[in-house]
Design a protein around this ligand. Structure first.
Ligand code: FAD
Length: 304
C-alpha cells in the first residue's frame, strides 16, 4: 500500500509543480536525481554513454519525457531524438534509443506518434542504431502495440517493452513473436487495477521467466530488463544467456554491482541512461518502485 501511495505521489502534477517552483526544494531534488539521471543535456547523456561503452557495456539512451499534449512539443521531442541519433552517429556510439510514444505524439494522436516513429526509424537506420519503445500504463497498451506493429513491419530495428505484470502480456508476446523486431521484458512500473495485473511475487517472477523462455524458443531478440539478481541467477541456470540475442538491461545508478557481476560472468549488459530537464518524474518513479531509495535521496540531498 505504501508503494501505491508513493506511485500516486509520483504522478501528482501539483506536487511536481510545487517542487519545481520551490527555490529551496528544487536544488535538493536535483541533487538526488544525479544518482539516476546523467544530466539535463544531450552532451551529458552521450558523455556517460561513451564512458560506459569503453568499459564494455552496451547502452540505451533516453531524452526524458512523456504525455506531451501539444503537437509542437511532440515535434520538438522527436527533433531532439533525431539530433541525439546524429550526435551518437558522429561519435560512433552504438546506442539504442529508448522513448515513450506519448512523448512524441501518442497522447495527441496515435497517427502523429507513428509518423514521428517512422522518421526516427529512418534516422536510426542511417547510423546503424536501434529504437526501443517503452511501455506505459495499461490504458495505452493497445495503442502502443498498434503503432509498434505498423512501424516494425517497415523497420525491423525497432523493439517494444512488455510488462510481465499484466495478464494480457502472455497473449501480446505470442502475437509479437510473429512480427520482426525485438522485445524488452520488464516487471512493470505502473500501479494497475487488481484484475489486470500480478503483484510483485514469486508468481510474477515465474511469469517473467516464462516470457523470456518463450522469446528464446522463438529465437527472438530479448532484453531482460530487471535489477532482480535472483531472476538473473535462475535464467543463467536455465542457460538463457547462452544465446547471443539475449541480454540484460539495467537502469543507470541502480544496482551497478549487479551490472558488474553479470558482465564478469559473460552476460551482455546494457545500461539505460537518461537525460533531460524532466528528471523530477524520473526520480520519483525510481523512489516509488523501490521505496528504500528515499533514504538514498535524502542522503544525497544532505551530503550533496
Ligand atoms: P523488483 O522486484 O521491483 O526488484 C528486485 C530488486 O531489484 C529489489 O529488491 C532491489 O534490490 C532492486 N531494485 C529494483 N528497483 C530498484 C530501484 N528503483 N532502486 C534500487 N534498487 C532497485 N517499466 C515499465 O512499466 N515500462 C517500461 O517501459 C520500463 N522500462 C524499463 C527499462 C529498463 C531497462 C528497466 C531496467 C526497467 C524498466 N521498467 C519499465 C521498470 C520495471 O518495470 C520495474 O519497475 C523495475 O525494473 C523494478 O523491477 P525489478 O525487475 O528490478 O524487480
Amino acid at each position: 500500500r505504501f508503494e501505491n501511495a508513493l506511485k500516486s505521489v509520483a504522478r501528482n502534477l501539483d506536487i511536481k509543480e510545487y517542487v519545481q517552483n520551490s527555490k529551496d526544494l528544487y536544488p535538493l531534488f536535483q541533487r538526488s536525481a544525479k544518482r539516476f539521471v546523467t544530466g539535463e543535456t544531450r552532451e551529458e547523456g552521450i558523455a556517460v554513454g561513451a564512458q560506459l561503452s569503453e568499459k564494455g557495456y552496451d547502452i540505451s539512451l533516453e531524452f526524458i519525457g512523456e504525455n506531451t499534449m501539444e503537437r509542437e512539443a511532440c515535434r520538438q521531442a522527436k527533433d531532439e531524438f533525431v539530433t541525439m541519433m546524429q550526435a551518437c552517429g558522429h561519435q560512433n556510439l552504438r546506442s539504442r534509443i529508448s522513448f515513450d510514444l506519448s512523448h512524441i505524439g501518442l497522447s495527441v494522436d496515435p497517427e502523429l506518434a507513428l509518423e514521428h516513429l517512422l522518421e526516427m526509424a529512418a534516422e536510426a537506420e542511417r547510423y546503424d542504431l536501434s529504437l526501443m519503445i517503452s511501455m506505459e500504463e495499461s490504458g495505452k497498451t493497445d495503442d502502443i502495440l498498434e503503432v509498434y506493429k505498423k512501424a516494425v513491419t517497415q523497420y525491423e530495428h525497432i523493439g517494444v517493452t512488455l510488462q510481465a505484470q499484466l495478464h494480457r502480456t502472455l497473449d501480446d508476446l505470442q502475437e509479437l513473436l510473429t512480427y520482426p523486431g525485438a522485445v524488452r521484458l520488464v516487471k512493470g512500473a505502473y500501479q494497475e487495477p487488481e484484475e489486470l495485473h500480478i503483484p510483485r511475487s514469486e508468481t510474477l517472477d515465474e511469469r517473467f521467466m516464462e516470457l523470456v523462455q518463450l522469446c528464446i524458443q522463438a529465437d527472438f531478440p530479448v532484453s531482460v530488463a530487471s535489477h532482480d539478481e535472483t531472476i538473473y541467477q535462475q535464467l543463467m541456470k536455465r542457460g538463457c544467456f547462452e544465446h547471443s540475442y539475449v541480454e540484460a538491461e539495467l537502469l543507470y545508478g541502480i544496482r551497478p554491482d549487479v551490472c558488474r557481476r553479470l558482465k564478469e560472468k559473460g552476460v551482455p549488459v546494457r545500461v539505460y541512461l537518461t537525460y533531460g530537464q524532466e528528471w523530477y518524474l524520473y526520480l520519483v518513479h525510481r523512489i516509488a518502485e523501490y521505496p528504500p531509495n528515499i533514504y538514498a535521496a535524502i542522503t544525497d540531498m544532505i551530503e550533496g
